[in-house]
Design a protein around this ligand. Structure first.
Ligand SMILES: Cc1cc2nc3c(=O)[nH]c(=O)nc-3n(C[C@H](O)[C@H](O)[C@H](O)COP(=O)(O)O)c2cc1C
Length: 340
């Protein structure tokens, strides 16, 4: 998963203290990538230098965010896809200031710049003018005007065939597929079809147990685990309470550390009441252990103690149409690169 910064918070010394806690992470979180957003090479360089002290495994540039708060501030987020020359420069600056791999996260297009060839031009230009060899592709385009960021994650259709076209047409590069992949079964489906890597976003957050429970065994080939949610929470509590306040400025606090748990009982009985109780517990509990001791009794034992989870009906093969829809192979015509 990616660690997201909120842009380059480096213009004013005032921000410095916030950045410190924001960039910290515990060793258990490796491998961890830091994402930078920005449109100013000097600040991008400073952000990268600042990140060096923290030991991230990868630095990523955000070329996919459609939020008006981001794209509204000039060429930033997904707007950068319209300026591959700048992205190449930015990636070179990042690479010059770090020793870890540098990657780009982007969409498959923006507004009317949405043909497969234009996507390939972007990838070609960035990869040939910078050390970028790995792209994470959110396989839908972004619409810059008129729809919200949330709608921009659902209204533009997913075009997985563009992703697989890139895998075919840029054999020297690495591509991670992203967008609408909701289960371990679908992760394995993407890999089987030739994806180099898979990023799961919302599903892992909203349906944590169902999606993540079997990742180690079903994706990475570890022996099957019969861990229950109670056992996971016991281990997590140890970790979380030892991490409390470690990064200065009282962060992470109890709320920061409990937040990733809030969807652990998604669609289980008493889930909504549990979440309300947790919210109330934040006001007086000073440890994660206290929050859980106080609130977990409402969750039925069979939910806490069963290793299994109800598996939702399969959506079928979400990549079934890819072969039929594959775009024509990219033909590089450098003098005619459409947005140089
Ligand atoms: C609340 C929220 C915040 C997000 N913030 C970022 C971000 O800062 N940078 C980024 O590259 N993508 C961000 N994304 C997009 C996700 O990384 C991902 O590309 C998108 O949700 C599609 O994948 P999914 O269908 O698996 O969720 C965000 C998504 C959500 C729901």
């Amino acid at each position: 998963m990616l660690g997201f910064t909120r842009r380059c918070l480096l213009q004013k010394p005032l921000y410095f203290r916030r950045v410190i806690w924001f960039l910290e992470f515990t060793p258990e979180q490796h491998p961890i990538a830091l994402q930078i957003g920005g449109n100013n090479l000097e600040n991008i360089a400073k952000a990268t230098q600042l990140a060096n002290a923290y030991g991230y495994d990868e630095i990523n540039l955000n070329c996919g965010c459609p939020s008006p708060r981001v794209v509204g501030h000039g060429c930033f987020g997904v707007r950068l896809m319209l300026d591959p020359k700048f992205v190449g420069e930015a990636m070179s600056v990042i690479a010059a200031n770090t020793n870890v791999p540098v990657t780009v996260k982007c969409r498959i297009g923006v507004d009317d710049y949405d043909s497969y060839n234009e996507l390939c031009d972007f990838i070609y230009k960035v990869s040939s003018t910078s050390p970028t060899k790995h792209f994470i592709i959110h396989s839908r385009k972004a619409l810059l005007n008129g729809i919200s960021p949330a709608e921009n994650r659902s209204i533009p259709p997913l075009k997985y065939e563009f992703y697989y076209g890139l895998v075919r047409d840029f054999p020297d590069l690495t591509f991670t597929i992203n967008g609408g992949i909701n289960s371990v079964e679908e992760v394995n489906g993407a890999l089987k079809k030739g994806a180099h890597g898979v990023m799961v976003g919302r599903a892992a957050y909203h349906n944590t147990w169902q999606v993540l429970r079997n990742v180690d065994s079903e994706v990475y080939g570890d022996p099957p685990s019969d861990l229950t949610r109670r056992q996971v929470l016991e281990k997590y509590t140890e970790y979380a309470d030892s991490a409390l306040g470690k990064h200065g400025n009282n962060r992470p606090n109890v709320r920061d550390l409990v937040k990733p748990l809030l969807n652990l009982f998604h669609s289980e009985p008493r889930n909504a009441v549990w979440k309300r109780n947790v919210d109330a517990a934040f006001f007086h509990c000073t440890t994660v252990k206290q929050v859980l001791e106080e609130t977990l009794p409402i969750i039925p034992d069979y939910v806490l103690d069963s290793p299994a989870s109800r598996v939702p009906p399969s959506r079928g093969d979400i990549f079934a149409d890819v072969d039929d829809l594959m775009p024509s192979p990219y033909k590089l015509n450098e003098p005619e690169l459409q947005y140089a």
